[in-house]
Design a protein around this ligand. Sequence first.
Ligand code: GDP
Length: 350
Amino acid sequence: MSVKKGVISPTNINFTQRNKTTNSLSADKLFLEIRAGNRSALGRAITLIESTQSKHTEDANRLIEKCLPYSGKSFRLGITGVPGVGKSTFIEQLGLLLLQQNHKVAVLAIDPSSTRNKGSILGDKTRMEQLSAEKNAFIRPSPSAGSLGGVARKTRETIIICEAAGYDYILIETVGVGQSETVVRSMVDFFLLLMLAGAGDELQGIKRGIIEMADLIAINKADGENIPMAKLARQEYQNALHLFPLKDSGWQPPVLTCSAVTGKGIDDIFQQMEKYKTQTFASGFFKKNRKQQAKYWLDETIWDSLKKDFLSSEKIRTEFKKLEQAVINETLSPFAAAQQLLDLYKTGKS
Ligand code: GDP
């Protein structure tokens, strides 16, 4: 992964070293630095949140608590699309436009393919060079390890930190090929799907469910010879979207064309997002959606940690495998197996 100005790589930070030499990682100090607009402190804070070491959990939680009263005021935008559709190029263009409008832009990513050893679809290429050189932009590569649920939770916490740092547009990028877009949908206000003309949905690996989730579909690469095809695709998707039931938000998702390379059409997309904001603020949906999302994340965090705790016992894991096999072989009912495992868990707790 190339590291440029404004891009803080999680791998660059060595906690052990820092802890030994200074106490600069204390949550209170980090908080003050973040509030003062220090981007490198923001990078360190996110690394602290992403840390899987239990000794960092307390500091991370304290930092989030401190940031919470200053969070929530951004527009959270999810962007998805298959690899190669132009997400990075698009985010760079949109990000630069947002900066011109005096916004502060943070770009985060959720990339399910990403692990420390495997490399990632989103993180390991040269990306958003222009945007990352801007002082009001902050670009964070996707967290490099963990389950989708874990990574998602940390991204949600990262949003809070970025908002406390004054970023009022949070762009969350994900690859439209798996479960991650559902997770991203549950943490953003607006969900944008980038597509290509001339390639069917299946070819693009886009599932119907993702199209239904979108608040706006943009047919990218509408430039040069591609323009007529892009216009046709726009019409087709627009017709298809009309068949879906009206969303809870009351918003009818538009289909637009754009070119992330020439910048044409990006401003129209921005205008639509502004319109959405105005409309959903007025209807009360914006707030209602945020509240539902907060409730969802409360539930998710509890279930996630219970599951982790449940499976942390070697004894349970071994028994789980054994009983699972018995259930598959139909020698034990799933309910009886679950009861036995839960009893074992409870005994271990008492
Ligand atoms: P990502 O994998 O979705 O992030 O896609 P990238 O932003 O890396 O873009 C993939 C390729 O498509 C790059 O070579 C871009 O230069 C090119 N590209 C992106 N947007 C456009 C566009 O609007 N028009 C054209 N012609 N090419 C584009």
